[in-house]
Design a protein around this ligand. Structure first.
Ligand code: SF4
Length: 456
């Protein structure tokens, strides 16, 4: 068993019985459920919208090399510099070089899971540049010294009391401050930083191939300030973020908002196509777009799992997942958690070490049901499990047990060879497999079919 799997089981057992954590997540997800339900009901034909979105993203992913080259050509024509990064290291080196060349001291950053994936903040600070999160949720987890708990709502695991205590401890704000007070406090603090920053880093919700532009969607306006105030704008985006045309946003933006937060459309939506033109007064003088692979190509080569690249990171599958709701975001030990994280993390961080995440699933199918781009998530989790067996990642004892299980279950007669007493004894051998919170039921002496036969 990998060290990562042992840790996952240990952490899951602990957090699943933490009543405070459970109450906070239940409260926050229940708010989300109400909003998203309302958001989805605004569609007269949601199924058709999902079919179309799925088609657009499938088209983009199947023809990914072609669309990425189109994006690069158009982006360069707009005056941006496109940098291809094979892995996190190449992306980090590119960012560090830009910071050094421009003698940067302060970097402001809007919410981006891709930058979390490459641990940008840590690497920027390692060369003496301050890196500041400007999304409120991200800012909260940054000052708490934590990582985002959820791909859309980074501080979902914190109650408003937790956040008030945190700000009181860090900034001596009044005890029991309201969310409104704290939001205004952070706004005042960050406004100044935007004007001082040398570099702004954003992700991209979508890379628009036919315009060579990036699309950003947000609720706080911080991303707009991140890319418009500093003289340099760096975009770091996974290669899967591409959509073929600008008009695709007409469908993708509202669908992402409806499934991410339940909004009809997110408050601020920006399309950024290069640095400022010679005729323009405002905006960044330079724009760099870093296209990150970081094992996405490996996933692209998998016939049964490549569709995971269609993900638009709305977070709906996390909020629907009974496992996520029980074990929480940190237990996954990964940037991307929940069902989508359990599929892609083994590819991103090492299949042998992380394929256990694909087994942390009851295959209820709720994730697939809610996904706005129709990724068959629960099927892919099963394909990952299959690949783990094919790779030889499962222990010999487990494989032999499953073979015996398969052999016995193929025929009722074989199953009935073992009486109830023997089944109970075998169950006792693996009693520890269920942990100390559950136990196996006691088998009857005779199987149901035998009892039925005897009675009739
Ligand atoms: S897999 Fe689907 S539901 Fe999950 S985050 Fe991605 S787009 Fe949303």
């Amino acid at each position: 068993m990998s060290q990562e799997k042992k840790q996952f089981i240990k952490d899951s057992e602990k957090i699943a019985f933490d009543k405070r954590h459970r109450a906070t997540i239940k409260f926050n997800i229940s708010k989300y459920d109400v909003a998203v339900d309302r958001g989805r009901k605004r569609y007269s034909n949601l199924d058709l919208a999902k079919d179309r979105a799925s088609f657009i993203k499938s088209e983009a992913i199947i023809n990914l090399p072609q669309y990425l080259l189109e994006f690069e050509k158009n982006s360069q024509a707009n005056g941006a510099e496109v940098i291809w990064a094979d892995d996190a290291n190449e992306a980090i080196q590119a960012v560090q070089q830009i910071l050094k060349d421009n003698e940067a001291k302060l970097l402001v950053k809007s919410k981006s899971m891709t930058t979390e994936e490459i641990e940008l903040n840590e690497h920027v600070e390692a060369i003496g540049v301050e890196s500041l999160e400007t999304d409120l949720g991200e800012y909260i987890v940054q000052i708490a010294g934590e990582k985002p708990y959820h791909i859309v709502t980074p501080a979902m695991h914190k109650s408003k009391e937790d956040i008030s205590d945190l700000f009181h401890e860090k900034f001596d704000t009044p005890e029991k401050s309201t969310p409104q007070y704290l939001t205004n406090f952070v706004r005042g603090l960050l406004r100044e930083k935007f004007t001082q920053a040398d570099v702004g880093v954003t992700g991209a919700n979508f890379l628009i191939a036919d315009k060579g532009a990036i699309a950003l969607t947000e609720n706080e306006g911080n991303a707009m300030m991140t890319f418009s105030f500093p003289k340099i704008h760096i975009v770091i985006a996974g290669i899967e973020k591409v959509v073929p045309t600008m008009k695709d946003l007409g469908l993708m933006w509202p669908l992402l908002a409806a499934h991410g937060t339940g909004q009809q459309i997110t408050v601020y939506n920006s399309i950024v196509s290069g640095p400022k033109r010679t005729t323009e007064e405002d905006g960044p003088e330079k724009m760099y777009v870093i296209l990150l692979d970081n094992k996405r190509s490996e996933l692209y080569g998998k016939d049964d799992q490549f569709e995971a690249l269609k993900c638009i990171r709305c977070g709906a599958c996390l909020n629907a997942c009974p496992i996520y709701k029980n074990v929480g975001g940190y237990t996954y030990d990964a940037t991307y958690s929940g069902p989508i994280g359990s599929i892609i993390t083994p590819f991103f961080k090492g299949f042998s070490e992380y394929n256990h995440l694909s087994s942390a699933c009851s295959v209820c199918g709720k994730c697939t049901e809610v996904c706005p781009v129709r990724i068959p998530l629960h099927n892919m989790l099963l394909y990952n499990r299959r690949d783990a067996v094919r790779n030889g990642d499962t222990p010999l004892g487990w494989n032999m047990g499953m073979k015996a299980f398969e052999y016995a279950f193929m025929k009722r007669k074989r199953l009935d060879l073992l009486g109830g007493n023997m089944k109970n004894k075998l169950g006792k051998l693996k009693e520890d497999a269920l942990g100390d919170k559950k136990s196996l039921p006691t088998f009857a002496k005779e199987s149901f079919s035998k009892q039925w036969k005897n009675k009739h």
